[in-house]
Design a protein. Structure first.
Length: 263
């Protein structure tokens, strides 16, 4: 039971990819990863390496080819949709369906797993929405329409909706896309602070390697040869980041923990 409490997600001999009647395409195999409760974890890798496939498999959007995923010690396959919505919330880069909603209304949609079939918000639901809005400091946005928001503001609202869903796990697919450097750093620092304040486990995919090294408790690095999970300092000492890109243009500087263009 102690191990289950410590490791909120356990990936056991997992193989991911796509399967049809004609053929099976394996993206990555024999993955063994454990994510600890209350940690911020970044999933890294080049475009097309399989990051989104792994996230879709972890969130039961697509089936695994082999192996198992345990959430709080229970197989992902044994969760129904409602049960899963109470332990895991998902923030995607896809545009929201209706930007005519107010920010408060969009955040309140996070309470759907708990509301009745009419969708009426009880006192506890309203309190959860208000608490989420306070945690992300968007009180000044709550009455605005979503179409009035900048990309950075909308991303904060989507994270707030995930917080209102009140799950122990939040998974985000490239949350810093389309943001400038300041807002990338601001958003990732916000996610880090949320793990501290709420004890939630946050897993996100990103290309912001330098920022992730500074802020994350652990990282999952996908390359064509292997998938490695460890603390940033250990990944640096193992030379994992050096294998991410061809060395003819970009090199990783172990001393600064960042990439630089080769002169």
């Amino acid at each position: 039971m102690k191990d289950q409490a410590k490791h909120i997600i356990k990936i056991d001999n997992l193989s991911i990819g796509y399967s049809s009647k004609k053929k099976t395409i394996t993206i990555a195999s024999n993955l063994n990863i454990q994510l600890q409760t209350g940690n911020m974890v970044c999933l890294l890798g080049k475009n097309g390496i399989g990051k989104s496939t792994l996230l879709r498999t972890l969130t039961k959007v697509q089936p695994a080819l082999n192996g198992d995923i345990l959430i709080r010690g229970k197989s992902l396959n044994n969760y129904n949709n409602l049960e899963l919505a109470k332990v895991m919330s998902l923030v995607l880069t896809e545009p929201i369906s209706s930007k005519n909603l107010s920010v408060f209304e969009l955040v309140a949609l996070g309470r759907q797993p708990y509301t009745n079939w009419i969708g009426n918000l009880a006192t506890a639901d309203l309190e959860a929405v208000k608490k989420a809005i306070q945690l992300t400091n968007i009180e000044d946005l709550q009455h605005k329409k979503c179409f009035e928001l900048s990309d950075g503001q909308l991303q904060k609202v989507m994270i707030t909706r995930a917080l209102a869903q009140d799950t122990p796990i939040i998974i985000l697919d490239e949350p810093t896309t389309h943001l400038d450097m300041y807002h990338k750093a601001y958003l990732l620092k916000l996610l880090k602070q949320l793990t501290v304040d709420t004890g939630k486990t946050i897993l996100f995919s990103s290309h912001e390697i330098d920022l992730a090294i500074q802020l994350c408790d652990s990282m999952i690095v996908m390359t064509k040869d292997q998938v490695v999970s460890d603390q940033p300092c250990n990944l640096i000492s193992k030379g994992i980041f050096e294998s991410l890109f061809p060395k003819d243009l970009i090199v990783f500087d172990e001393k600064t923990g960042s990439f630089r263009v080769k002169k």
